[in-house]
Design a protein around this ligand. Structure first.
Ligand code: SF4
Length: 66
């Protein structure tokens, strides 16, 4: 599973950073969240899904690989 954060939609609320305890998401220099791992470790996939569901602006989405 891979995810990405859309810069256009992220408002820097920090929800995903807190939820993942900075293991999956962290703030970049612009104060916006970004995914800091290439592939979500399997034991953290539920956390990533929760982050997707709970992002207030829908900024996080799963990347579907072809
Ligand atoms: S939860 Fe959404 S809006 Fe909030 S910091 Fe994460 S990506 Fe940005």
């Amino acid at each position: 599973m891979k995810v990405k954060v859309s810069d256009d939609r992220c408002i820097g609320c920090g929800n995903c950073v807190a939820l993942s305890e900075s293991q999956l998401f962290d703030f970049n220099d612009s104060g916006l969240a970004e995914c800091i791992v290439d592939t979500i470790p399997s034991d953290l996939e539920e956390v990533a899904k929760d982050a997707i569901e709970q992002c207030p602006t829908g900024a996080i989405e799963e990347i579907t690989e072809e």
